[in-house]
Design a binder for this molecule. Sequence first.
Ligand SMILES: NC(=O)c1ccc[n+]([C@@H]2O[C@H](COP(=O)([O-])OP(=O)(O)OC[C@H]3O[C@@H](n4cnc5c(N)ncnc54)[C@H](OP(=O)(O)O)[C@@H]3O)[C@@H](O)[C@H]2O)c1
Length: 333
Amino acid sequence: MKYRILGRTGVKVSEIGLGTWQLGGTDWGNVDEKDALMILHKSVEMGVNFIDTADVYGMGRSERLIGKFLKETKEKVYIATKLGRREWIENNGWPAKYTIEMVKRDIEDSLRNLGVDCLFLEQWHCIPTEMLKSGEAFELVENFKKKGLLQHWGCSIESIEEGLICMEHPGCETLQVIFNIFRQKVSTDLLPVAKQKNVGIIARVPLASGLLAGKFKKGHKFSEKDHRNYNADGTAFNVGETFAGVPFEKGVELAEKIKEILNPTDDISMAQLALRWILDHDAVSTVIPGATKIEQATSNANASLLSPLSTDVFEKLRDLYKKEIEQFIRGKY
Ligand SMILES: NC(=O)c1ccc[n+]([C@@H]2O[C@H](COP(=O)([O-])OP(=O)(O)OC[C@H]3O[C@@H](n4cnc5c(N)ncnc54)[C@H](OP(=O)(O)O)[C@@H]3O)[C@@H](O)[C@H]2O)c1
């Protein structure tokens, strides 16, 4: 595993981290506790030291499993969590504004779930653009940073516009953004600014919910409890979080074309090459693929050790994006 600095936090994080939405057990089908703990242990054995979670993944289950894992491991692991969507879920809509009481409750619950005294990184969890513009949410987390309940804060965002707004605040040390071969605009419109401002980039949905592993066939049916079923067209939340916003059947077709360019072998999988493409952008600090199986987590971690992709592969993927992918991206971008 190789390590990079996470923006102004100054902390060395693994190039490949671990996303743990799956460990909530609610939006990707069930992942049982034993497997969840094995995914965490195996990842850390492979050198992963950065784990992303959120208070709402399984309404605390993902955080609690990580808390249990932290008691079992001797390794130093940096946990990034999120706040802000619990209000949206519990009240069926966004609050008019976040209050200090709401934020205090969310932070204290995350601390309790994770079993720590101070959060390493707290991220606003895709709250509305208008709330980012007003900046009030930022001042609230600043307040808890001063009180010592969190070390750093950042934002998980849905669009480039939102990323640019967040980076205006000097306290925002990280941005979590959907970045993968389907969403190449990020590399030209967001990453250069993040690099210049030294904001750490955390790349989420790197495999477009599994499409970029090249494993799905047209007509594939996902279980009812899987967001790739119930949010395939964005009926539950931002469509970009599911298949990176590409309609599933089109995504399968495009993944076939991407596979031909990436040219995976028996030893190097398409998923690993898709992760490598992200790592070849030096403004990215860490990529956080999610995993429902232990083998996925171990294989993903190894993408850090692959050689960079060639300029020829990069150009072909850029060309494909411009001609055949960009027009199909739905949702905020
Ligand atoms: N709003 C937000 O802030 C937000 C939104 C989305 C995600 N996230 C974070 O970002 C993380 C990553 O995004 P994501 O999990 O949505 O999408 P992702 O990483 O693109 O896709 C994860 C899925 O891809 C498949 N996969 C992973 N590794 C594989 C491999 N080596 N070979 C074959 N298939 C593989 C698995 O699908 P199967 O389950 O079918 O095996 C896995 O569940 C999340 O876990 C979460 O921490 C944050």
